[in-house]
Design a protein around this ligand. Sequence first.
Ligand SMILES: *Cc1c(COP(=O)(O)O)cnc(C)c1O
Length: 456
Amino acid sequence: MKANTEVVNDYAFSFLESVTDINQDQVYYKNYKKGTFDLEEGPGNLSDLLQHYQTYVAEAGLNPASGSHLGYIPGCGLYPSALGDYIAAVTNEYAGINFASPGAVRMENAMCSWMSDLIGYDKQSYGVLTEGGSAANLMAIVVARESRDLNPSDYTKQVFYLTRQTHHCIYKGIRTAGLAKAEFRFIGMDASYRMNVNELKATIEKDKEEGFQPFMLVGNAGSTDTGVIDPLEEMSEIAWESDLWFHVDGAYGGGFLLVDEQRPKFKGIAHADSVVIDPHKGFFLPYGTGALLVKDGKKILNSFQFQANYMQDTLGSREEISSADASFELSRHYRGLRMWLPLRLYGVDVIRKALEEKIMLTHYFLDEIRQWDGVEVGNNPDLSVAIFRLFKDHPDRDELNEKVVKELHLRGKSFFSSTTLDGEFWIRVAVLGFRTHIDHVDQGLAEIRRAAALVT
Ligand SMILES: *Cc1c(COP(=O)(O)O)cnc(C)c1O
């Protein structure tokens, strides 16, 4: 047993050594080997299996542990989270119900209370750790739906207010929640891609006059494309006046609530009925941990609490609300330990300082690239995601920028992803990996310069 652990440790440390050395580090493996993962009747050898993993999993596609990952929303994955997962699996604590593991439940509740405090919620709130932001956003939609006494025949009159910057998982959630036949209003945005609140107000008035029922308003607290925060304070007032469920998607940006200097941008978030934060983004955890926080905790219980005969032994010990009563899951991964362990071990201030560094690096990147000929920066980001493009006045601008991204991917030293806004191609920079430091940003700039020279 111990020998197995040592083999795994050796593997993990050689991986970590390569990922922390910018010269050895590869962030994207395009021409990977395709392996097979068939099970066999007999036993395998652990070293061989890890070699198989290295060749066919680690060295295929993206390396999200790398500090050179500047695309999508990176996070890198804190190592002590792996230790937390290890202990969680070894002890196999069941964190779903207070009766089964009151300590694990208290730990998960404490993680959610801490995030609720960051939002500015009071003790009436309740939160639950989910698999990620998509699951948490889906659950928010379900809680909003259940908090209204709707008949399915009312669904077609309900109106969602969103922008074209709303993350696609919201639509997935709406469809999964059975509300796909509702009405959708895409409210216009200002030049920085923030919701236009005057248009929102006018649209709601018009909907009311026409007999529709304003149902849910979704705000971004850090949009995925451009990293901007919607005018949450004004949106919360409008939501209040029209009895809308106000949901804030802070999957990407919510972590920045930890940074005092950034907090004013989130003003109004405490008035949201529900908020999503992804610890696997802003708190640098490995994939697998999102959170839904609901201002009125009773509403999340009203949506998900059930009683089953075979669970009757658990009834006597409900002094702590547990995730089985506040989510659609029952048996689930004990997610609390992978969050609590790194945050307690390092201290919250280390996480805060890392977030401050990410904002600084984003500005550094943009300040540098702005000075190049023919570069446009698409928006002033609120946080650590922004868009830019090269070849400003070139007739084949979109095509050339796309070629730059392809060239970057082919080489695999620095990873950037792209997006399309109003039909135009943009390159995105997203700085959120805790391993991303100034060397990675400098390398990213050099790689872009190199790619740009190659495509013309
Ligand atoms: C990442 C993201 C999501 C989806 O969260 P997952 O954890 O990937 O499921 C939702 N909204 C925003 C703004 C995001 O950045």
